[in-house]
Each structure stands twice: as C-alpha cells, then as structure tokens.
Design a protein around this ligand. Structure first.
Ligand SMILES: Nc1ncnc2c1ncn2[C@@H]1O[C@H](COP(=O)(O)OP(=O)(O)O)[C@@H](O)[C@H]1O
Ligand SMILES: [Mg+2]
Length: 294
C-alpha cells in the first residue's frame, strides 16, 4: 500500500533553498512508499461554514500532514478535520513563541537559564517601567541576554551590556513579546544542536562561532559532528517530549560544569545543516516515525 501525505510549507518562502527542501522531503518520502504532495499554506482556505470547519479546495484526504510552516490556524483547522499533523498545532505554537516554550519546559522542571518575561503593554504606553528594568538588572546582572518571543537564526537575540542598552532594547521591544535571560558565559559562541525524532536522538552537532556569542550557522557558526553524552541526549529528549514534539532540533547551552542547559526547542529545524555536518538525513527518521505513529 502507498501512503499519501501533504507537506505544508509557507507560500511566501519560495526561494531556491525552500524549493530544494520540499524536493528533498518528497524524494525521501518515496523511499518509504509515501507520495508527498507539497502545498503552500496560501493555497488552502480555512472556513467555518454552516457552523462547521471546512477547507477549500476539497482535495483527496491524505494519511498525514507534515507541517513545515508556522500557520497555526491552518494546522488547527487540519486537526479539526481529523487529520494527523506532524508536528501538532500545539507543539508548533509553543515552539514558535519562546515565552510559551520556556513555560512549557518549566512544567517538566527542566534546566533552563533564569528567564524573565516582559509584561505586555498597550500601545499608548511609550516607556518601559523603570521598576521592571531595575528588577531585570538586579536578577540577571550584566551582560544579559534579551530575546524576542518570535525569531530564528539568532536574528532577534541580543546581548545587553549596561543600563543604557537595557533601556534602549526594552523601548525597542516594548510592544512585542520578549524576555530577558541570564547569559551563560561558559557557552559563549557555542552550543549543541540535537535532532530528536520520537524518543531518540538521531543526529547531533556542536556549533562554534569565533565571531559572535550566538552559535547559529547563519551567523558564522561552524559545525562539528558530535556524539552527545548521556546528560545532553537525555535532556534533549526530555525537552522534545515536554513540548509534545514528534521531531525537533533542541539547542543546548553548555553550563559552567559542562552540564546541558536548554536554550530552545525548534519544531521545524532545518535538515540541511545537520546533513552537511553529519551525513545523517533526518527526514528518513521523520517519515519512519510518522509511519509507526499512524
Ligand atoms: N542565555 C544564553 N546565554 C548564552 N548564549 C545564548 C543564550 N541564549 C542564546 N544564546 C546563543 O544565541 C543563539 C541563538 O539563540 P536562540 O534562543 O536559539 O534563538 P534563535 O531561535 O534565533 O536560534 C544560541 O544558539 C546560543 O548560541
Ligand atoms: Mg536557536
């Protein structure tokens, strides 16, 4: 029997990189007798019609949906229609928002840096609350890390060296969800990316940057294949489980005693970098996992 899957990608991301990625998944799926149909999120119209959830155009129902986008309402709509979506809408939503992600990880009492969420303010408020900034400064000291709730490639992660910079960043992010976090000095310019599928680690790399405190490859981080020790593997699996992920890329910081500390869980981690670093094709594991879950 052949399986049918949909691959949902973002209609606004039609660059060569993303087209190649879709083709990669389609080819990989074929190895397991899966016909994978790429569909842009913008091609599907979600409706509530006569009080019921509907989708247009009405396509043949797939056996599963591989959801590589962050369009949460579309993922929810597909789930409401009874389709199995990987990762689930809830996992994608939690991982997309770093504040929700840290809260979810805390439910499982997993090690994370000391993190303080900025209060959400109405648009007529023009200045951050000085008492809040005093609190951040007192709890975290300098340098500290500021992060926007939504962001990737290290683009929305900032190092803050003093009160002047803290006030400037707090003002800049005033109306966006953001957080402040302890700077893990022992992990400066390096982290461990662990790909988890189901409940096992399938590939890992260390990323090291000579240029920046952020180890992201897009910012110049170099990749090295590694075999993580048990502490790193177990924490990556626990973090992936805590957000309910079927597959994930967990970023782990390296603590002062070489212990792992969770930086973030990505529900849609890119498979190309890890392939270049390790020659491991994570998509093979993802499809195997999906078929065993169906
Ligand atoms: N608290 C921290 N202490 C030290 N380095 C950090 C900290 N948080 C993030 N980093 C560095 O910044 C990088 C990007 O942060 P991350 O939260 O993963 O954001 P993004 O989603 O943009 O990748 C991490 O890979 C790590 O190298
Ligand atoms: Mg990251």
């Amino acid at each position: 029997m052949r399986y049918k899957g949909w691959l949902i990608y973002n209609g606004g991301l039609l660059t060569k990189k993303f087209i190649e990625l879709n083709e990669w998944y389609v080819e990989s799926a074929k190895k397991l007798a899966i016909d994978l149909l790429p569909i842009a999120n913008s091609e599907l119209f979600c409706q509530i019609e006569e009080g019921k959830v509907t989708l247009e155009p009405q396509l043949t129902r797939p056996d599963f949906v591989l959801f590589l986008d962050k369009d949460i309402q579309l993922a929810c709509q597909l789930e409401s229609l009874g389709l199995q979506v990987f990762n689930s809408a809830n996992t994608i939503e939690v991982c997309d928002n770093k504040l929700l992600m840290h809260q979810q990880l805390a439910k499982a009492e997993l090690p994370q840096p000391l993190t303080i969420f900025a209060p959400m303010l109405f648009s007529h408020v023009k200045e951050p609350n000085p008492a809040f900034l005093d609190h951040v400064e007192e709890k975290l000291g300098y340098p500290l890390i500021a992060k926007e709730g939504f962001g990737s490639f290290g683009e929305h992660v900032y190092m803050v060296d003093d009160r002047h910079q803290l006030e400037a960043i707090a003002r800049k992010l005033l109306h966006k969800p953001h957080l402040f976090q302890a700077y893990i000095k022992s992990s400066h310019g390096q982290d461990i990316r662990v790909h988890v599928v189901g409940d096992r680690v399938v590939a890992s790399m260390k990323r090291v940057s000579e240029l920046d405190f952020r180890a992201n490859v897009t910012r110049g981080g170099k990749m090295f294949k590694i075999e993580p020790n048990d502490a790193f593997s177990e924490l990556a699996i626990a973090a992936s489980k805590a957000v309910g992920a079927d597959f994930s890329g967990v970023d782990l910081l390296i603590g002062p005693n070489d212990e792992p500390i969770i930086c973030e869980v990505n529900s849609n981690a890119h498979i190309k970098n890890i392939y270049q670093a390790t020659s491991i094709d994570v998509s093979d594991y993802i499809f195997e996992h999906i078929l065993t879950t169906l």
